[in-house]
Ligand binder design. Structure first.
Ligand SMILES: C[S@@+](CC[C@H](N)C(=O)[O-])C[C@H]1O[C@@H](n2cnc3c(N)ncnc32)[C@H](O)[C@@H]1O
Length: 260
């Protein structure tokens, strides 16, 4: 993303730090389910402003975490949030491409919410996440699906028909890859609307409040275009599913009893 896009995206997320159509109570519930002990090691691939990690660590003093993102501005903001929450000594943010991230240990929980495009889609994301996940660990993955078949208007705003699948086919695909959904959240229309209004509204207010900023006109144009694409193109058509996934542990080796 070029520096101007990074700047506008960071401003747009000011009132809705979770960069996905999920409200605060949903995020807290998903974290409660994925981090039952409170001392988990967590990795967030495409962490943005580290909104998930701030919430994971602030309420669980034993949690240690890493977040990876290519958006420097979002990470700077994330570091501020972590410092304000007093958890910056336990959460490290890495400015690098998540596809190449490697660590010397595995994680109990791996997150990838709204960032599967970085890996080329859902299945390649699962493949990378699997390498980072310790045995018995939980993956939280959030991705789009088609609530209904995309209309010509949806495709016109830049989506490809094969970019997503229906909800049941999306879940089937997870299972084909040996993942077992242990919980899921389908974003409500109210969560989508809150997210999109926050994104477009925050950016618009910033542009109106900073008429002298050289990027003000572009911010206003970007917000108006985004709102139009959402309302005409994908509202009610694009869904968002966040699933908690685990893998079955390998069975213990069976000791064969030989009879003589
Ligand atoms: C929609 S945002 C989601 C942020 C965060 N997961 C959340 O739920 O708040 C997608 C994020 O993926 C990041 N991203 C895109 N490509 C990436 C890559 N190759 N490596 C790391 N991060 C990437 C973007 O910079 C952006 O912050």
């Amino acid at each position: 993303m070029d520096p101007l896009r990074q700047k506008l995206s960071t401003i747009a997320h000011g009132d809705h730090p979770i960069a996905a159509p999920l409200d605060e109570s949903t995020v807290r519930h998903l974290l409660d389910l994925a981090l039952p002990r409170g001392d988990e090691r967590v990795l967030d691939l495409g962490c943005g402003e580290a909104a998930w990690l701030v919430r994971a660590a602030a309420e669980r003093p034993g949690v240690r975490a890493d977040g990876v993102d290519v958006n420097e501005r979002a990470l700077d903001r994330g570091r501020d949030h972590l410092a304000s929450a007093g958890v910056d000594d336990r959460v490290t943010l890495h400015l690098e491409d998540a596809t190449g991230y490697s660590a010397s240990h595995q994680y109990d929980v791996v997150l990838c919410v709204g960032a599967t495009h970085a890996f080329g889609g859902l299945l390649p994301t699962l493949e990378v996440a699997r390498k980072h996940l310790a045995p018995g660990g939980t993956l939280i993955v959030g991705d789009g699906f088609w609530e209904k078949a995309p209309s010509p208007e949806t495709l016109q705003v830049g989506f490809a028909e094969d970019e997503f699948m229906s909800l049941p086919n999306t879940v089937d695909q997870l299972a084909l890859d040996q993942w077992i959904p242990v919980h899921g959240h389908i974003s409500t229309l109210a969560e989508w609307d809150a997210y999109e209004w926050a994104w477009t509204g925050t950016l618009t207010r910033w542009a109106l409040d900073h008429p002298g900023d050289p990027d003000s006109a572009e911010a206003l144009r970007t917000a108006a275009q985004h709102r139009d694409e959402w309302l005409r193109g994908y509202r009610g058509t694009l869904g968002f599913l966040t699933t908690l996934l685990r893998q079955a542990s390998r069975p213990e080796p069976q000791h064969t009893l030989f009879r003589h």
